[in-house]
Design a protein around this ligand. Structure first.
Ligand code: MN
Length: 269
């Protein structure tokens, strides 16, 4: 029996990247697509709890899929709990645009879906393809002009590895980023801190009122060993991600600052 994969994304159910992943995975698994009906990039792991969620059955080039009127995280929850798909693995992507650094993984809907799946007990892999021009992320994702050929090989290769074996202990999500032109091989990386130099552009509307665009150039250099550095070099970055964000290194000092009942008693005596 083929293993089961729930495939989702954040660029929406019509994205060429999602269907490239479907083509890569359908020979090796029973793949069910449950993805947002519309573009949901940069919504992170947000969840719709103030409104109902529709999951409409659609057919994309002969393949049945579910278009979810919500977020990537909603799609995972619907797939797991409403459709009861019971997948062996959740795959999110292929995202149009790289998801590198803490900055990106905490805002990315692609990674958000994977984090949700992992938190619900299903291992998850996120795949993102670097864009040659950042503006390409804002075009209609049905017609992305870059080839997914190399990315499809990576999706199949990495996914097959984890259909046959568990994630290394401590890893909840595997975050994979494919350079637009692959010049090297796989590189296991750690997260860089930032992908963009955050900036804001102030403009005036036709009535003279200011409005703002969050915008900034990409960071081109990052430390050796980071995901940003690997993809800039042309390597395929593989980063293990953990859900537990507790800063263990800060524990002792915080305990001294906030000793609690026992500590206060000791202080009195
Ligand atoms: Mn996206």
């Amino acid at each position: 029996m083929k293993p089961k994969i729930l495939l989702t994304n954040d660029d929406g159910v019509n994205s060429a990247g999602l269907w490239a992943a479907y083509e890569a995975l359908s020979p090796i698994a029973e793949v069910t697509v449950v993805a947002p009906a519309t573009q949901q990039s940069a919504v992170g792991r947000s969840i719709s709890i103030f409104e109902p969620i529709r999951a409409n059955e659609i057919v994309h080039e002969g393949v049945a899929a579910y278009a979810v009127g919500g977020k990537p995280t909603d799609s995972v929850i619907i797939g797991l709990y409403a459709l009861a798909l019971g997948p062996d693995l959740v795959v999110s992507g292929i995202n149009i645009g790289e998801n590198l650094s803490f900055e990106s993984i905490m805002t990315s809907g692609t990674v958000g879906a994977a984090l949700e799946a992992a938190n619900q007990g299903t291992p998850a892999i996120a795949f993102s393809l670097q864009v040659e021009d950042q503006g390409d992320k804002f075009d209609d994702p049905r017609f992305h002009r870059q080839s997914f050929a190399e990315a499809k090989k990576v999706v199949r290769d990495v996914t097959r590895t984890f259909l046959n074996r568990k994630f290394p202990s401590g890893a909840d999500v595997i975050n994979v980023n494919i350079p637009s032109i692959v010049r090297g091989g796989y590189e296991v990386t750690r997260l860089s801190d930032k992908l963009f130099q955050t900036g804001v552009e102030r403009r005036l509307d036709p009535r003279g009122r200011p409005y703002f665009w969050i915008n900034g150039p990409l960071i081109e250099d990052a430390e050796e060993g980071t995901d940003v550095h690997a993809v800039r070099k042309g390597n395929i970055s593989i980063t293990p991600i953990t859900l537990d964000c507790t800063a263990a290194a800060a524990h002792e000092e915080l305990q001294r600052l906030f000793p609690g009942e026992g500590g206060r008693e000791k202080g009195k005596s």
